[in-house]
Write a protein that binds this ligand. Structure first.
Ligand code: PLP
Length: 429
């Protein structure tokens, strides 16, 4: 499809009609296996001489449309859908780093990613070096010969400070290191590849699915990173892979296009670890993506109105949103988020943890859940939930201060959103 307009790609990319039935909606191909045309055809598929369906753990036609659609929206060349956002983050790193290697990551991360990096990957011998994203050069200082990737989130909560994508991507490219961006909180608002990122990771569970029904994840390959030019820096793509007849991925995949990174992930990590998304979830997430542009616009508009409302409330000492940032943070918000500043809003309640608890208890329409990116408005008090295992100093460092409440603004009528917030604030001492 020649257009780059995301509203159109969200409806059309990767699909016209079912070749067998002419069905317009993408069917749910609920099958484990696919019939080979002949023994030669089967051998070609397994040998990667031809691309096609083999087994739903590795690929599926419903999931294929989802992958093509997200890749098109992001301006990437190919994508791999997986069982969850957690798997997407893990695979994005494990595809480049093995025991003894390291990556450098922003400290501003979703808690689950933090745990994955600080514990699970560490146990696998992959060290994650955390640096403050406010100083892009910190990524360069933490880099050594065994650094294989940089990792960050576009719009991390609770701080909601926009990550300096272009600055860190440029530093990485100096060393032959790709920047992996988790764009879960800002689909359509930011296209990380436009700023030099090499890989995008999504939790599809959030805004892309949008309706709070399905867990899923995605890794998108920009095709813009020259793995072969950095053979020493990126050995997993440039040395023979014993798990695939000694294939050197940067060479073997060349005839198929610049998809070495993502194809390797599909035919090794997904094949071996098996964290496949179900075709039914792919179908539901495709339904969500059809209205992503409309929803993101509504989330952003409603969130801006909530920011204005909260600024004038006596119980609120601070409103946290990219639009209320100052200095370099505000400059970055303007640079990276011209299409809208996101659906998440933080607020600091003067009454601290007790006020946070009372506020959450008093909400009538907002759902008290540990999720983001749903059509419905959501709220959580991090200090007593998502960040409760951290000590006080760590809570403050991560931005989960005692009086902080995270709101994820939905697409209900703004009057109803504000009315629920107003009555819940009235319940706070
Ligand atoms: N990345 C971000 C920014 C998230 O908020 C989440 C989940 O909350 C994840 C990744 C993990 O996604 P999932 O829950 O689909 O595994």
């Amino acid at each position: 499809m020649s257009t780059t307009h995301p509203e159109t790609l969200a409806l059309h990319a990767g699909w016209r009609a079912d070749p067998a039935t002419t069905a317009v909606a993408v069917p749910i191909y609920q099958t484990t296996s696919f019939l080979f045309e002949s023994p030669e055809h089967a051998a070609d598929l397994f040998g990667l001489r031809a691309l096609g369906n083999i087994y739903t753990r590795i690929m599926n036609p419903t999931t294929d449309v989802l992958e093509k659609r997200v890749a098109a929206i992001e301006g990437g060349v190919a994508a791999l859908a997986v069982a969850s956002g957690q798997t997407a983050s893990a695979f994005a790193v494990q595809n480049l780093a093995r025991t003894g290697d390291n990556i450098v990551s922003s400290t501003d991360l979703y808690g689950g990613t933090w745990n994955l990096f600080a514990n699970a990957l560490k146990d696998q011998g992959i060290e994650v070096r955390f640096v403050d994203p406010q100083d892009p050069e910190a990524f360069a200082r933490a880099t050594d010969d065994r650094t294989r990737a940089y990792y960050a989130e576009t719009l991390p909560n609770p701080k909601l400070r926009v990550f300096p994508i272009a600055e860190v991507a440029a530093i990485g490219r100096r060393f032959g290191i790709p920047l992996i961006m988790d764009n879960t909180a800002a689909p359509l608002l930011v296209r990380p590849f436009d700023h030099g990122a090499a890989i995008i990771v999504y939790s599809l569970t959030k805004y892309l699915g949008g309706h709070g029904t399905s867990i899923g994840g995605m890794v998108v390959d920009s095709g813009n990173f020259d793995w072969e030019a950095h053979a020493e820096r990126q050995p997993l793509l440039n040395t023979p892979d014993p798990s695939y007849h000694g294939a050197v991925w940067s060479q073997a995949v060349k005839p198929l296009g610049p998809i070495a990174y993502i194809l390797k992930m599909r035919v090794t990590l997904l094949r071996d670890l098996g964290a496949a998304i179900s075709p039914f979830n792919s179908f539901l997430i495709l339904q969500g993506i059809e209205t992503l542009a409309l929803r993101m616009r509504a989330h952003c508009e409603n969130a801006s109105a909530v920011v204005e409302f909260l600024k004038n409330q006596p119980q609120v000492s601070q409103v946290i949103h990219p639009s209320t940032a100052t200095g370099a943070d505000f400059e970055r918000a303007l640079k990276y988020l011209p299409r809208g500043m996101g659906g998440m809003v933080g607020m600091e309640l003067k009454g601290g943890a007790e006020a946070g608890r009372s506020f959450i208890k008093a909400l009538k329409m907002f759902y008290h859940v540990a999720n983001i990116g749903d059509t419905r408005s959501l709220a959580i008090h991090p200090a007593t939930t998502t960040h409760s295992q951290l000590d006080e100093a760590e809570q403050i460092a991560t931005g989960a201060t005692p009086g902080y409440v995270r709101l994820c603004i939905g697409i209900e009528h703004i009057d109803d959103i504000v009315a629920d917030l107003a009555q819940a604030l009235a319940a706070v001492e």
